[in-house]
Design a protein around this ligand. Structure first.
Ligand SMILES: *Cc1c(COP(=O)(O)O)cnc(C)c1O
Length: 300
């Protein structure tokens, strides 16, 4: 039984013309829960189910929690999602719609996460939102699918929150002898946990995060993502909230798909021509998606 699906790979004429190269969109927004998180959640939940998990507990009020709720429902395993008070009504509704038990605990994510961890037992498996090799393995199938369609990317653009997407893509590129190609890892100025760590030369935790891209608001990236980003082929870039939302609006018009600002950060590199590519370059953009976004939230 499939939980996550093979997503469309679309050659974008508008973005190719805008950025002077061949732009390929990997449409993770088409996953049943609206983001690539279903690849990671489905992979880890399936494995834990085979290890006789009786329940799953997640601490994400965002796309990761929704994906765990969905995977549990498909596997017939009950799910509890612990979210902080800041979680939007829309996100809470999406988690409950998947049939998960929603627990609101704590003012910030770390408090919700501590409570989620306290619920874990031998039979109730805790699932981290971004820091587990099983998550990255699930995400690495993005690259398998692109290669199977006959596209060998010359560069990849992706968004960074806690770093599971970066970790998974790096793993996928390695599998296909592509670990040397340029990877552009994008955050907003207010959620720059990877960028700050690279500048410091060590893994650092941000005192505060801010702005519209709440999905990218992990105050610290996972150690593996930091290690990957230290390789010479990875470039960390920052964009503004306005650039991210404006890219979402343009993408909605160009491709009729609604995405979160967390995804707009990647698209804005192309819409705002922040990198110069050569006309023969095949540039792969991970359209990471996002479930909680509404049209109103992008009107600025
Ligand atoms: C989780 C997520 C991200 C960031 O991914 P990380 O693995 O946390 O770096 C970006 N966009 C969307 C839509 C997401 O759900």
């Amino acid at each position: 039984m499939a939980i996550s699906i093979s997503t469309p790979l679309i050659h974008s004429l508008p973005l190719s013309q805008q950025s002077g190269c061949s732009v390929w969109l990997k449409m993770e927004s088409s996953q049943p829960t609206g983001s690539f998180k279903l690849r990671s959640a489905a992979h880890i939940c399936r494995y834990y189910a085979s290890q006789n998990a009786k329940a799953f507990v997640s601490s994400s009020g965002g796309n990761a929690g929704i994906a765990v709720a969905h995977s549990g429902r498909k596997l017939g395993v009950p799910v509890t999602v612990v979210v902080p008070e800041t979680t939007s009504a829309r996100a809470r509704q999406l988690i409950e719609q998947e049939g998960a038990r929603l627990v609101v605990h704590g003012k910030v994510w770390s408090e919700a996460n501590d409570y989620a961890l306290s619920l874990a037992t031998d039979e109730i498996f805790y699932i981290h939102p971004f820091d587990n090799p099983l998550l990255w393995e699930g995400i690495s199938t993005i690259v398998d699918e692109v290669i199977n369609e006959g596209v060998r990317p010359d560069a990849v653009i992706l968004s960074v929150g806690g770093g599971s997407l970066l970790s998974g893509l790096a793993q996928g590129l390695e599998k296909h002898q592509l670990s040397h190609i340029p990877v552009y890892a994008v955050e907003t100025y207010g959620t720059d946990s990877l960028n700050a760590s690279l500048n410091a030369g060590r893994l650092v935790r941000l005192d505060s995060v801010s702005g519209i891209a709440t999905t990218l608001a992990a105050s610290q990236v996972c150690e593996n993502a930091f290690k990957v980003a230290c390789r010479g082929n990875v470039t960390s870039l920052l964009v503004s909230d306005e650039e991210a939302t404006s890219a979402c609006r343009r993408f909605l018009d160009d491709h009729r798909v609604l995405t979160e600002p967390a995804c707009g950060v990647s698209l804005s590199l192309l819409y705002d021509r922040k990198i110069r590519f050569s006309p023969t370059d095949n540039v792969l953009v991970i359209v990471c998606g996002g479930a909680s976004v509404t049209v109103e939230s992008l009107l600025g």
